[in-house]
Design a protein around this ligand. Structure first.
Ligand code: SAJ
Length: 408
């Protein structure tokens, strides 16, 4: 099957890297986003998100004329949907963006086209997508539908887009075959073929596996504190067993994927997904636990010194060395402390400014704070010299462990 034109719907963290990669591989790519400002920025060869190397890819894609952004779709050989799948209240998945993006294809989709869902989605969504086009009066019998879940790690997207193995699951065997053939044209990892529902569950499984394992580490950190033992030591020692590999505890689990996707399984398999649900709760609870811990140290300080403690919250993003604050536990901890009228110094070296808090330079914050709380293991914090008189609380493995008094 000859593929020349590709339409990528949703120009965010997945859609834009994918669109620019495909354009650099010689495909004619139409990028579609509902936000006019995003479209305008991309058409200038610039980017609206922070991701290493993405700027170079987008600039050359736009300069070559192979990538053009717009607010509406157009006729193509392949349509790739990469829009957000958030959840509603009560952790019920919200696939409205997928449905509306799919319906938007109705005027353009034709026989022989491939419609690919890359967004992480509840099991059954690829079938629902086909139904959405049928509801628009489209005869879908000769259109191929497939799920090919994105699996890239923010910070390494351009590398992983090409090098990771991919899973392709079509609603028919032919859909799987033609879609896999397309991915093999630009992916150097192995393209694995299955059906749509298996592909959907496999993606949710990957992130749930990670969540469950981080929950184990987070639970262990709270157990270790109870015993007055350093959790990092416990993990280092236990991981020397040939079949043990414990992940890192933190101040909670953030981002728009691992903290969200397990709920898609829990929502659809309430009776069965007990461990996955508990893991989600443990990881969320870890942030509450962290807030309580900081509060207690701050109140102790206040009682001793007769004044409020200045608390430096080191890091706001959801993981180290990025500017992304979506579902960030560090941000919600900082917010909770600020709301409870603690004297907060908010630090985020990856952001120039932030609407909610006046950001303080990390060196300055470490100097003027009474309590330094490491929330995110940003590289800038590695060499920070903190005076011995200060309290240091760390929820991440970063600082000179001898200086962390509160985990012993
Ligand atoms: N975290 C820990 N301890 C760890 C590892 C991570 O607390 O040992 C925390 C991080 O601090 C962060 C959260 O987990 O708050 C998630 O970070 P991450 O780097 O593990 O993953 P994401 O959310 O950036 O990307 C994940 C990836 N999935 C897996 O590793 C299974 C990525 O490959 C997916 O493409 C992405 O989700 C997605 O879009 O689904």
């Amino acid at each position: 099957m000859k593929i020349e034109k590709i339409c990528v719907i949703g120009l965010g963290y997945i859609g834009l890297p994918t669109a620019s990669l495909l354009a650099n591989r010689g495909y004619q790519v139409a990028g579609v986003d509902v936000v006019q400002e995003t479209v305008d920025i991309i058409n200038q060869g610039k980017i609206h998100i922070v991701e290493p190397d993405l700027d170079t890819f987008v600039q050359s894609a736009v300069n070559s004329g192979n990538l053009v952004a717009n607010t509406v779709a157009c006729e193509s050989d392949i349509f790739i949907i990469a829009v957000p799948t958030p959840f509603k209240d009560n952790f019920v998945p919200n696939i409205d963006y997928i449905i509306s993006a799919t319906k938007g294809l109705a005027p353009f989709v034709k026989e022989g086209n491939i419609v690919i869902l890359e967004s992480t989605s509840p099991v059954g969504t690829t079938d629902i997508m086909e139904q959405a086009l049928k509801d628009e009066g489209i005869d879908t019998s000769n259109i191929h539908f497939a799920h090919c879940p994105e699996r890239v790690l923010p910070g390494k997207i351009m590398h992983e887009l090409v090098n990771n193995d991919r899973i392709v699951g079509g609603t028919t065997k032919e859909a799987t075959r033609v879609t896999a053939e397309f991915y093999r044209s630009f992916v150097s990892g192995t393209v694995l073929e299955t059906d749509a529902k298996t592909a959907e569950l496999a993606k949710l499984t990957e992130n749930s596996f990670r969540d469950v394992n981080i929950a184990f580490a987070n639970e262990l950190s709270m157990i270790s504190e109870k015993f007055g033992v350093d959790v990092w030591n416990v993990i280092d020692l236990a991981n020397r067993h040939p079949r043990v590999n414990i992940l890192q505890p933190g101040c909670g689990v953030g981002g728009h994927c691992i903290a969200v996707d397990p709920w898609f399984i829990v929502d659809a398999a309430k009776g069965e997904a007990k461990l996955i649900k508990t893991a989600r709760e443990v990881n969320d609870y870890k942030s509450q636990w962290a807030i309580e811990k900081v509060k207690n140290v701050a109140l102790e300080f206040e009682n001793k010194h007769g004044r409020k403690a200045r608390v430096a919250c080191m890091g706001l993003s959801f993981k180290p060395d990025i500017d992304d604050i979506r579902e960030s536990p560090a941000l919600s901890i900082t917010r909770a402390l600020a709301t409870q009228s603690f004297d907060i110094l908010a630090v985020e070296p990856n952001l120039d400014s932030f609407s909610e808090f006046k950001l303080v330079n990390y060196k300055e914050a470490a100097k003027i704070a009474d309590i330094v709380v490491y929330l995110v293991a940003h590289k800038e914090f590695l060499d920070l010299d903190i005076e011995d008189s200060k309290e240091v609380i760390s929820f991440c493995k970063l600082v000179d462990r001898r200086k962390v008094k509160r985990e012993k």
